[in-house]
Design a protein around this ligand. Sequence first.
Ligand SMILES: [Fe+2]
Ligand SMILES: [Fe+2]
Length: 164
Amino acid sequence: MADSTLAEVLTAEHHAIDGGIEKFTASSLRDSVQAWSAPLRQVMEALRRHIYLEEELVFPQLSNGPLMMPIMVMQGEHGEMWRRMADLDAQLAADDIDQSRRDEVIAGCTAMLELLANHNSKEEPVIYPHLDSDMDDDSQAFLRDFLVDGTIPDGWECARASLQ
Ligand SMILES: [Fe+2]
Ligand SMILES: [Fe+2]
């Protein structure tokens, strides 16, 4: 990672998250909901952490200029993803899951992939070029450290997690 730009590292996270959800949508139902859904819960944790680091470590560094409006759009879309993940968590909390409920979860994942494609297609060209050029050195170093082993604080929610 030391040789990669921050833009490259965060773009790689996008691809890993997309890939994880795509792989899950192709998986067939296993014996227990827990076993079947573990990879999806893992990738949602990765997405929540990704949203956390953008909203707490990146956006505050870049939002006092021409990126203010694009960042507001990004936050709104993070909120949509956040609520979609809460819906998926609720669906996965069932003790038992049959084929039709499995199909509902997969439909939720497909909707999530569409949200991500739309979001990332703007975030990567509009926001990410500024990571390496417009964030100060300390903030870049802090973000690099966080990317290695940082964790999202318990109970943290994104800025637009709720609709109101
Ligand atoms: Fe992102
Ligand atoms: Fe984002």
